[in-house]
Design a protein around this ligand. Structure first.
Ligand code: SAJ
Length: 426
């Protein structure tokens, strides 16, 4: 049985490109989102996020009538849930965060929203990165609302609704290409569920659809991002050690990487985004005793922004010592980059933004920022400037993101007044 109508719940950085991909293969796609303004934007054939090539695909899909967005689910043959799975704020009274717990509230709401329109033969796929056991939980939530339908729970193979976890694994900035080319992990709750999910993804995926069970698929996604977090933590720890020992960490890493079996990643101001800084906690919160390395990596990466802030404060102090006619209030600090990584506009969970805001809150002088990928920011304490304006006014500079625009220039800050967290100007 083929899929006539596909519904994608959650039209964000993953859901919208996925919906657009199905629509580009001439499937009828119903995108569902609670955000009315995002729904209106998409129905005008426009997009509310920045992702290369996506605007053209969405525009074509909407004008040709294959994609429409709505706030209320409608019947479909397949439902893909791509809603956020953040963690709960577990800060204690002292503001110290213990081990954060995953928050599946958006998945639960999505289940409650689609349950009334489910019919025999449908498939529901959880795409959101989730802790182990979330897909089983999702099936139970659906079953609670639809006692008239058989779900693959408690070993039941005689089912009306197929359930699978097929985690998204695409890199922001390359989503359109990676959605098509990357191999896809397909974790069905039964073999039949996996088979149905493979049929669905084969609509546009040219990469291999590799079948496993739902729990392994959940853990595979968490493992990929935790592996990257641990590797970045190693690079970040090296950068702190090298700073103390007066060694250029970027030269060191490029030398070590000449070894045929070594491939060290790059240090930075910390790890940002809504994936790598979040997903390892899903493992740690479930298996705290067994995940010492993953937990430590998270702590190393989380501590890096404060280390950068301290370096900027030392640079400000050095500047004041060399310029006794000035006070701290006269010193302008320029932050180059606010996004969570290069060449994107996404400021969510960005260590660069965290550093800039903390500097703006604590430094008595001006803090300006250059962020070529956004036109405005909601934080009034930071003034956005162009590259040339910032260089004119800045006394102390901190390079936070290796945007292409920054790689093309070489500002003339004295080394003692420049904190280069990406190693492109130093
Ligand atoms: N970073 C470094 N040094 C590096 C590499 C990255 O400091 O050498 C920092 C970046 O600046 C950024 C953060 O790490 O702040 C994360 O960036 P990223 O490019 O490593 O990853 P994301 O968050 O954009 O996307 C990741 C990808 N996962 C892996 O590469 C294993 C992507 O494939 C996933 O689909 C995505 O998470 C997700 O949605 O889970």
């Amino acid at each position: 049985m083929s899929f006539h109508t596909i519904s994608v719940i959650g039209l964000g950085y993953i859901g919208l490109p996925t919906a657009a991909m199905f629509a580009s293969r001439k499937k009828k796609v119903i995108g569902v989102d609670v955000n009315q303004s995002a729904v209106d934007t998409i129905n005008r054939g426009e997009i509310h996020i920045v992702e290369p090539e996506l605007d053209i695909i969405v525009h074509a899909a909407v004008t040709e009538g294959y994609l429409k967005a709505t706030t209320k689910p409608e019947p479909a043959d397949a439902f893909l849930i791509a809603v956020p799975t953040p963690f709960k704020d577990t800060s204690n009274v002292d503001g110290n965060t213990d081990i954060p717990e995953p928050d599946l509230a958006y998945v639960k709401s999505a289940c409650e929203a689609i349950a009334p329109v489910l019919k025999k033969g449908d498939i529901v796929i959880l795409e959101s990165t989730s802790p182990v056991g979330a897909t089983e939980q999702m099936a139970e939530w659906l079953a609670e609302v639809r006692a008239d339908l058989a779900f693959p729970i408690n070993g039941n193979e005689e089912i009306d609704i197929n359930i699978a976890h097929c985690p998204e694994r695409v890199l922001p900035g390359h989503v359109v290409r990676e959605l098509v080319e990357n191999d896809r992990v397909i974790g069905g709750m039964t073999d039949a569920c996996s088979k149905r999910a493979v049929e669905l993804y084969k609509t546009f995926v040219v990469g291999e659809c590799v079948v496993t069970n739902a729990r392994t698929a959940e853990m595979a996604k968490l493992t990929e991002n935790s592996c990257r977090d641990v590797q970045i933590a190693f690079a970040n720890e090296l950068s702190v050690i090298c700073d103390k020992l007066d060694i250029d960490v970027w030269e060191l890493i490029s030398l070590a990487n000449r070894h045929p079996r070594i491939n060290i990643l790059q240090p930075g101001p910390g790890v940002g985004g809504h994936c790598i800084a979040v997903d390892p906690w899903f493992i740690v919160s479930k298996s705290p005793e067994e995940s010492a390395l993953i937990h430590t990596a998270r702590k190393v990466n989380s501590a890096k922004p404060q280390w950068v802030i301290d370096k900027v404060k030392v640079a400000i102090a050095d500047y004041l010592q060399a310029t006794p006619s000035k006070t701290a209030a006269d010193v302008t600090v320029a932050c180059y980059g606010l996004a969570f990584k290069a060449d994107i506009d996404d400021l969510r969970e960005s260590p660069a933004l965290e550093i800039a805001l903390e500097l703006a809150n604590t430094h008595p002088g001006n803090v300006v920022a250059v962020e070529p990928n956004v036109e405005s920011i909601s934080h009034q304490s930071i003034e956005l400037k162009s590259i040339s304006e910032a260089e004119k006014v800045a006394d102390v500079a901190v390079l936070l993101v290796d945007h292409s625009e920054f790689k093309e220039i070489k500002p003339t800050f004295a080394p003692q007044y420049l904190v280069d967290t990406r190693g492109i100007w130093s």
